[in-house]
Design a protein around this ligand. Structure first.
Ligand code: HZT
Ligand code: MN
Ligand code: MN
Length: 443
């Protein structure tokens, strides 16, 4: 695979030149004047580029805290004043669907000034996603285990977002989906899957800040034969037809049109690229990967869904292409779970008053207590239960699924031997512009 991300490590400190006005990347003042110990995560303190000695200026040039490799420096150190909104750019924004008016600008200000505003949280989560995936794209190689790949991404996310209970952390389990598997595979304990040269892998991970989840995914392969498949899916995700008042069924048609204008030759066989008809994008609610006031799905094939996208809505736009049937089914051991937002509560006498840990009957209550404590309605995987010290939770989890309290999300696969690709961005439909919040230099 051609590494198009080379050199992106320094994006946090070098971007200043490309993205005026200078975002608050640099720490103002003396190089070492931050009163906290900068030796903990060993961030490099970058000085001026030129070594040439100049007369000492009265004011030392602002020193920037540089991201470490692997990325472990928290965003509060890199962006002490918060993450700036990206510059207006056709890739980042589209305002073609709305005319700018004084009224709309006013609405924008109201949202920006609202203490309940989502923007700063979303931007912070998105910046963490960009930095963590930049490292992932540089370092993921055949020979690595799925567990190693996931743990690298998850450790990076926890460090950069400065994980803090429900305030900030992982948005949902890291998906590392190979070949015919399109979605929702994450290794469980003792998984022995290793990445191979001929694999096509979808990496799908999420970051949350104050419940605002950024959900974004990309595809990696080391076989040039898959490039057309990857391009088809990337172009389909970038179709750019999403926007206020757009009908979901029509948007699906536009995505499908782009997707299916490609074919891919793998070895000696040529396949039409198909949009996977039963996978969709989705609205994202607070701490809800699929939700919001009205949970909507974004088809990737033409449908008769007349539902419109609306102002203020927050969407994951994800598209999947396949050389197979273009349809997925649940298959294989489940790793992903989430408590339903409208889950019925356990009866008190089951969960609290009569609880005696360890009995079969109370395993359901013990699992639910752990889920409530650590994840709430955020999706989690078995490895996340393991790491908080939960053991023998499968029986309890199964009970919660049967009772409609927890939803399971098994791996989703097209037919064996088929190849699938995915790209995903999170977008915010602001009154005057559509902001692709997860857009980066990579995709
Ligand atoms: C479910 C569980 C997770 C949401 C889409 C998706 C990964 O297929 C309505 C439309 C994380 C996400 C989800 F742990 N799913 N995006 N990224 N998976 S979905 C869905 O279940 S619900 C699509
Ligand atoms: Mn995703
Ligand atoms: Mn998604």
């Amino acid at each position: 695979m051609i590494d198009k991300t080379a050199g992106i490590t320094e994006q946090t400190t070098t971007k200043d030149e490309e993205m005026p006005p200078a975002p608050p990347h640099a720490v103002e003042g003396e190089a070492d004047d931050d009163d906290d110990d900068d030796d903990v995560a060993a961030p490099d303190i970058g000085g001026e580029k030129k070594k040439k000695k100049k007369k000492k200026s009265k004011k030392k040039k602002a020193a920037a805290v540089v991201q470490s490799d692997p990325p472990r420096v928290g965003l509060s150190k890199l962006f002490p004043n918060g993450v700036s909104p990206p510059l207006m750019s056709p890739l980042l924004f589209s305002n073609s669907f709305r005319t700018t008016s004084e009224e709309k600008r006013y609405i924008e200000r109201e949202i920006e000034n609202n203490p309940e505003t989502t923007y700063s949280s979303i931007r912070r989560a998105a910046e963490v996603h960009r930095q963590v995936r930049a490292h992932a794209r540089r370092t993921i190689r055949p020979g690595m285990s799925m567990t190693e790949i996931c743990e690298n991404i998850e450790n990076g996310t926890r460090a950069l977002v400065e994980e803090d209970g429900f305030e900030a952390g992982i948005g949902f389990p890291t998906g590392v989906n190979l070949n015919e598997c399109a979605a929702h595979f994450s290794p469980n304990a003792n998984d022995k899957t290793y990445l191979k040269e001929g694999d096509i892998m979808k990496v799908d991970f999420g970051v949350q800040v104050k419940g605002r989840i950024v959900d974004s995914a990309f595809t990696l392969s080391w076989n040039p034969d898959y490039e057309n498949l990857i391009t088809a899916v990337q172009e389909a995700t970038n179709t750019g037809e999403a926007g206020i008042d757009v009908r979901l069924g029509e948007l699906g048609g536009k995505i499908q049109e782009v997707m299916e204008s490609y074919e891919v030759t793998i070895g000696t066989k040529t396949y039409p690229v198909k949009s996977i008809e039963n996978l969709t994008g989705h609205t994202i609610g607070l701490y809800q990967i699929h939700g919001g006031k009205a949970g909507k799905s974004v088809p990737i094939v033409k449908t008769n869904d007349q539902t419109k996208m609306e102002e203020g809505e927050y969407f994951a736009i994800e598209t999947f292409g396949s050389t197979g049937r273009g349809r997925v089914a649940e298959s294989g051991e489940c790793s992903h779970y989430a408590k339903l937002p409208d889950a019925p509560r356990l009866r008190k006498d089951d969960s609290l008053i009569k609880h005696v840990l360890g009995t079969l009957h109370n395993r359901r209550a013990r699992s639910l207590n752990t889920i409530n404590k650590h994840f709430g309605t955020l999706p989690f995987c078995r490895r996340y239960l393991d790491r908080v010290g939960e053991t023998s939770y499968l029986y309890g989890l199964q009970r919660l699924i049967k009772d409609g309290i927890v939803h399971d999300y098994p791996p989703l696969k097209d037919q064996p031997g088929s190849m699938t690709a995915q790209f995903e961005h999170t977008i915010l439909l602001r009154p005057t512009v559509k902001e692709v919040v997860s857009r980066g230099e990579d995709y």
